[in-house]
Design a binder for this molecule. Structure first.
Ligand code: SF4
Length: 448
């Protein structure tokens, strides 16, 4: 049996200068390889493939699409493109879908030729599904899946699937040619979050936070350095600093093993701890991301984001003083946003002046409370790349223009479309960007 684990192409394609190895796809492939021999990873995004994978097919194939699992950068155009890929298959193939989007909207995927959708965390089920995908009678015994039997949709028994991320094998990056990706390497050391932001799928999908042990994390870091010559590594966890004790141990091991590398991490204000961040800085962490999302207490409350704006100001100042390059993100059109809320965001930005600023218009993701609560929103898509608000409101648009004008005045380069991020290499450490598109990881951090 020919097994392909596929990263479908982003539409539009991910900017070539920010391409990261698809860790979520590689994680699934690594698990599948534990039971099956003929396993390959096809990264259609890095290979710039449109909607055809026939050249990889043999007579009998199982194709596992890993879509929107960890890094939701996709658009509804990308979903339609997956359906095109399935329509174009010219050999006997079974298609399995894994990931958040198909978990919450499985009917759409079944209607368009997908044979089985795994609902929720997939690693513990994927090998049983592959083994039985050609035999519907046996599929019925596997929990948490959806498939079609003739025209009938079968939903099997739903069981609670714990987030046992610490039990998964270390990702095998040999499935891909690492030289095709950006030079900053990535690692995921934990999954899940203790926050409950209403626009985010993570807490509802993984339920509980779970991290790998410090030894495993540092072993993987050493592999990235020795085998893949990593000089910079980003922790792409949903929230890397949930467990202070674990992070302190990771730092301790990095020091003990005399590892020389620069690191970055995605964290949350809720899990901020000055002692931990100082320790992280000492062993090479130089870049930190905080999703702040709004400067308005009213909107933060609506988002279910437990943050005090005054405290945010203090924390960002402290972190900048420690020497970190700081990225923050904001959602400009969260439902309920009024001009006075954007003014508060503008005020907060003026005070904290992050080095990098990722500006978003809300991506309504299936399975999130904000998606459920806004059933009447017309433009409900997974759109994340664009720079157009979901609502037409001249006053808000005017306020956003003002915000951008102010940022420009303060020295930010405003980026609204794909750019060649290579030209930003080796720039001044204080260089400031505000972007409506994903920003390259690993710009402007230096060893002091
Ligand atoms: S802090 Fe980040 S990862 Fe956690 S729930 Fe909020 S948006 Fe999601």
């Amino acid at each position: 049996m020919n097994i392909l684990v596929v990263n479908p192409p982003n539409k539009p394609f991910t900017n070539e200068t920010i391409l990261a190895e698809p860790l979520d796809v590689l994680q699934i492939a690594t698990v599948v390889k534990e039971r099956f021999n003929n396993v390959r990873v096809i990264d259609m995004d890095v290979n710039r493939m449109e909607n055809n994978i026939n050249e990889y097919l043999e007579s009998k194939n199982v194709i596992v699409f890993v879509y929107d699992y960890q890094l939701p950068l996709h658009t509804s155009e990308a979903i339609n493109n997956i359906f095109e890929i399935i329509k174009n298959l010219n050999r006997e193939s079974k298609v399995i879908m894994v990931g958040k989007t198909s978990t919450y909207s499985y009917s759409k995927f079944l209607e368009n030729g997908v044979d089985v959708v795994i609902k929720g965390i997939a690693e513990e089920l994927i090998n049983d599904v592959i083994e039985n995908v050609f035999d519907k009678d046996k599929l019925n015994k596997i929990p948490n899946i959806v498939y079609k039997d003739n025209e009938k949709v079968v939903i099997t028994k739903q069981v609670f699937m714990p987030n046992n991320y610490n039990k998964l094998p270390m990702i095998d990056r040999e499935f891909v040619d690492i030289s095709k990706y950006m030079e900053t390497r990535t690692i995921i050391t934990s999954r899940g979050c203790i926050g409950g932001c209403k626009f985010c799928t993570t807490p509802y999908y993984f339920r509980k936070w779970c991290g790998k042990s410090p030894v495993e994390v540092v072993d993987e870091i050493e592999i990235l350095i020795k085998k893949y010559k990593a000089k910079q590594i980003i922790f792409l966890d949903d929230n890397a600093t949930v467990d202070k004790k674990r992070m302190m141990r990771i730092c301790n091991l990095i020091r003990k093993r005399k590892i020389k590398c620069l690191f970055g991490a995605l964290c949350s204000i809720k899990c901020y701890d000055a002692e931990m961040l100082e320790e992280m800085y000492k062993v090479g962490f130089r870049w930190i991301h905080f999703g702040l999302e709004s400067g308005s207490p009213k909107i933060l409350k609506m988002m279910n984001k437990e943050m005090d704006v005054k405290r945010v100001e203090e924390i960002i100042k402290e972190v900048k003083d420690m020497g970190y390059r700081v990225r923050t993100s904001f959602i400009l059109d969260y439902p309920g946003t009024k001009v006075e809320d954007l003014k508060k965001t503008r005020k907060l930005l003026k005070s904290i002046k992050p080095h990098e600023l990722r500006l978003h218009y809300l991506a309504y993701r299936y399975g999130t409370p904000v998606y459920e609560e806004n059933g009447n929103v017309i433009n409900k898509t997974q759109y994340i790349h664009g720079n157009k608000p979901n609502i037409e409101n001249k006053d808000l648009e005017h306020e956003i223009e003002l915000l951008l004008k102010n940022l420009k005045k303060e020295g930010y380069e405003i980026i609204t479309d794909n750019v060649d991020w290579m030209k930003y290499n080796n720039q001044d450490k204080e260089m400031k960007v505000a972007a409506f598109v994903p920003i390259k990881y690993g710009m402007c951090w230096y060893e002091e």
